[in-house]
Design a protein around this ligand. Structure first.
Ligand SMILES: Nc1ncnc2c1ncn2[C@@H]1O[C@H](COP(=O)(O)OP(=O)(O)OP(=O)(O)O)[C@@H](O)[C@H]1O
Length: 236
């Protein structure tokens, strides 16, 4: 499988605090990878390196073959959904999407906006103010927004935190469907019930990958919860 993302021998420190040391990881095109690990393991640091928001001190991060150190070209391919909302509450659903499309130089985004509104169950809410949407619909809009420029890679940092089960399921299903269509997904989560048997699971601890395999091969939720620590179990 061709790699959409490679981190090769990456060192990353915040001041004197070394978080990643000789860290390597590959994400194949169209793979769905869940990045798990206790608080402070380095998950968001990996996310930010792939997003180009951080550059490695040493080593290389490549996105669609382009090193983030020398080229921004690969980053055109990356959509991001952060824990914190990036939506403008004062604008309507469609205004948020049109504004984002403009930032990405999309000339005629109408058809793509309509397709995404339908895919994420937001038809009929085009003109609603984001302020009036519930948390589940806001998250769906956030993901639709990230997908608008048709990124080949989608990074999501705990996108379902705080959502009701139906909204959570809708997002989990939609993002898995994107991956089946060839989008490479990296999904940071603490919630094992969001994972499907064939998902690639990467468990980090203290800046290292300590387990890597399919969700099924790592023993599913039962097997992983013995080893993996989320918010609930701080020991790995
Ligand atoms: N800007 C920063 N300055 C200094 N230290 C930082 C900074 N960002 C992260 N860290 C530290 O780097 C380590 C890794 O943090 P990171 O946010 O990548 O972990 P994480 O696995 O995403 O954690 P969480 O699940 O809490 O989001 C932690 O010890 C954190 O305190």
């Amino acid at each position: 499988m061709t790699d959409a993302v490679t981190l090769d021998g990456v060192d990353l420190s915040y001041g004197s605090r070394a978080v990643l040391s000789k860290f390597s990881l590959k994400l194949g095109v169209g793979s769905f990878s869940a990045l798990l690990g206790p608080n402070g393991a380095g998950k968001s640091t990996v996310f930010n390196l792939i997003a180009g928001l951080l550059l490695p001190d040493n080593g290389d991060v490549r996105v669609m073959g382009n090193s983030t150190k020398t080229s921004r070209a690969g980053l055109r391919h990356v959509g991001m959904v952060f824990q914190q909302s990036a939506l403008d509450l004062e604008l309507s659903v469609v205004q948020n999407l049109r504004y984002f499309a403009g930032l990405h130089g999309m000339k005629k985004p109408g058809a793509e906006i309509e397709r995404l509104l339908s895919q994420f169950g937001l038809e009929g809410r085009e003109n609603s103010s984001v302020r009036d949407l519930n948390g589940g619909h806001r998250r769906r809009l956030e993901i639709a927004r990230a997908l608008l420029p048709s990124p080949e890679i989608l990074l999501l940092d705990e996108p379902t935190t705080g959502l009701d089960p139906a909204s959570k399921q809708a997002i989990v299903d939609a993002v898995h469907a994107m991956s089946a269509q060839g989008v490479t997904v990296l999904w940071i989560t603490h919630l094992l019930d969001e994972l499907w048997p064939d998902d690639d699971v990467i468990v980090m601890q203290s800046g290292n990958v300590v387990s890597h395999g399919s969700f099924a091969d790592l023993g599913g939720a039962t097997g992983l919860s013995r080893h993996y620590a989320g918010h609930e179990r701080p020991q790995l």
